[in-house]
Write a protein that binds this ligand. Sequence first.
Ligand code: NDP
Length: 299
Amino acid sequence: MRQQPGSTRDSGGVDGNPSAAETPVSGVASATLSLNTGRAIPQIGLGVWQTPRGEVTQAAVVAALRLGYRHVDTARIYGNERDVGIGVQKSGVPREEIFVTTKLWNDDQGYDSTLRAFDASLDRLGLEHVDLYLLHWPVAGRRLDSWRALERIHADGRARAIGVSNFMSKHLDELLARAQVIPAVNQIEVSPFLQQRDARAFCARHGIIVEAYSPLTHGQRLGHPVVTKVAKRVGRSPAQVLLRWGIQQGMVVLPKSTRETRIRENAALFDFTLDADAMAMLDGCEEGLATGWDPRSQA
Ligand code: NDP
């Protein structure tokens, strides 16, 4: 059973005697939001897209978990599910304290193929269940059959929650008209430069948690004058300003880094706040920036 916020065993190294570098970051382990399943989801998750498989992924996951992260976001297409599973095991943090997400790749969409793909993901992760399984993309013609398969996986208890990714309001509308289970999460790209107001409002109305992917704009706006101005004002880094904005907007944020110093920096978000003026400056940065793929034109 998941421990209560604040009571996690975030005591650091496997021998219980962490080095200074591994001292957990204050607040990260206990910051959670409530899913529509009644379970908690940690508000900061380590993203591992483009984190190379093997030792690099394992080390990033171990570092994050020892620093207090309790959430890792992978996908079958990232090619590193196996290493995420090894990292979880190596970290010494009990499995039940860790929230693991993976995703169904587009080629695997369809009812039977989804069931097979889920089994394969679970096998690579070396886990008995995942905490969240997502449709990675709203594949036209197949997403509804895939969702039925996710509902079955959820009913079997092998995915504690199910959700979607890259779903815009039109995709969600269609899904909710047929779904037995309302998605717990919609994982979409969100930053001050792509605020997704329509999709987020839809999710808020239906109790769907929004997870912000590429919350650091994939690195593309860390030097933006508004971001650096706010960063200077609060005495934090541009990355921390973007992530704190996402936290204050009530979202889960999924920063990716392979470097321990940045993994730490990206979690140190709970000893400062952005005031209304700073939030308004960031809210004024909307420019429709999609750094990767863009589901707004997906039928
Ligand atoms: P991010 O917005 O997290 O940016 C990552 C980039 O920023 C990397 O180049 C990283 O480099 C750098 N970086 C990280 N921390 C800092 C820092 N503190 N200061 C300066 N630079 C920093 O991009 P992603 O696109 O990777 O998105 C994050 C996660 O979201 C993914 O890993 C994945 O889990 C998820 N995602 C989901 C998608 C979906 O379709 N569902 C699509 C895209 C992402 P370095 O590693 O060298 O530190």
